[in-house]
Design a protein around this ligand. Structure first.
Ligand code: UDP
Ligand code: MG
Length: 318
């Protein structure tokens, strides 16, 4: 059995050597054939030269380098496309996904599970991020129809058929957490203590997290549109009742004109609600816009893997 390890890397020059050694040791101990598929996501540092060096010294190393930063989702997609293992493990380059867990994953896989997910605790995270995550998952699980779990990330083992199924989903807006959940197949989860990042820094800023969260909410189904519809209906009923009350009052007691404040509040509140709803609709239109363009998910500028790739033309100077 061949195991592929897919590793997206963005500015990871400091840790890649250490990562490679630890993973190689671990895999050798487990005694499986393996290959490493590194995807350099347009790093600005020496990640690419480091990968070239690793590939030169270790023939089990494959690598690809994007023409610019296309994001981790694109990097994972590229990695999955270029992995030909019977099982694929996706892991981060920063050693926050302990290589020691691969053994456990393979064990569970041998018991017949197609997806083996390592779920991290939130130890070492800032309180704001932990609370934010909790609120987010509470909300998102009400708005999408696949089940998303807090702490479940991209660190997981996928069987060949799961990888093939994920690659069938060629949408442009990729939200892998959701895609993996959508694909289904027998899945099992186990927990691990979150490791604190050893070197470099997380590329996630608050803004990026927020955008990622919105992507998750909107790129998956149209429940937010449905929610907008219900909100509109509720507001309309309230407005109708209120109007009836005003008219009735005027008929019985005659017209008088206080209520300027109420009027302004209602007008601005409704304008706000409408903007939000138009925004939600706009988000979906925007997504359609990107989907119909059919642009490739990424462009490759260098690499040592020549697996045919229908979705993205590769601009490798050989
Ligand atoms: N990464 C990537 N492209 C990006 C950002 C991150 O390929 O635009 C990679 C990064 O090199 C790492 C993994 O995705 O291997 C997770 O990133 P990071 O550690 O910054 O995120 P966190 O662990 O904070 O979720
Ligand atoms: Mg990390």
């Amino acid at each position: 059995m061949l195991i592929s390890l897919v590793v997206p890397c963005f500015n990871e020059e400091e840790i890649l050597g250490c990562f490679h050694t630890r993973v190689t040791e671990q895999m050798t101990r487990l005694g499986h054939d393996f290959q490493l598929v590194y995807v350099d996501d347009g790093s600005a540092d020496r990640t690419l030269p480091v990968l070239e060096e690793l590939a030169a010294t270790d023939p089990r190393t494959r690598y690809l380098s994007f023409s610019r930063n296309f994001g981790k989702e694109a990097a994972m997609l590229a990695g999955l496309q270029h992995a030909d293992g019977d099982a694929v493990v996706i892991m981060d380059a920063d050693l926050q996904h302990p290589p020691e867990l691969i053994g456990r994953m393979l064990e569970e896989h041998a018991h017949g599970y197609d997806q083996v997910i390592a779920r991290r605790t939130r130890r070492g995270d800032r309180l704001t991020r932990t609370l934010g995550a909790r609120a987010y998952y509470w909300l998102i699980n009400r708005l999408v129809d696949v089940e998303l779990v807090d702490g479940v990330g991209d660190f997981r083992l996928l069987s060949r058929r799961t990888v093939d199924a994920v690659l069938e989903l060629t949408e442009y807006n990729r939200f892998s957490k959701g895609l993996f959940a959508w694909v289904g197949f027998p899945t099992t989860t186990f927990g691990y203590e979150n490791a604190v990042r050893e070197q470099g820094s997380s590329a996630w800023t608050f803004g990026k997290l927020l955008n990622y969260g919105l992507d998750g909410l909107l790129s998956f189904n149209n429940k937010p549109l449905r929610a907008a519809l219900y909100l509109g209906m509720v507001l309309m009923s309230v407005a109708l009742v209120y109007a009836a009350w005003i008219v009735g009052f005027a008929l019985m007691k005659g017209v008088d004109t206080p209520g300027y404040v109420t009027l302004i509040v209602v007008v601005t509140a409704l304008a706000g609600v409408q903007m939000v709803i138009v925004g939600v609709v706009g988000e979906y239109v925007g997504r359609i816009y990107y989907e119909v363009k059919r642009r490739p998910h990424f462009l490759v500028k260098a690499g040592n893997t020549a697996v045919p790739n229908q979705q993205a033309r590769e601009f490798v100077r050989r």
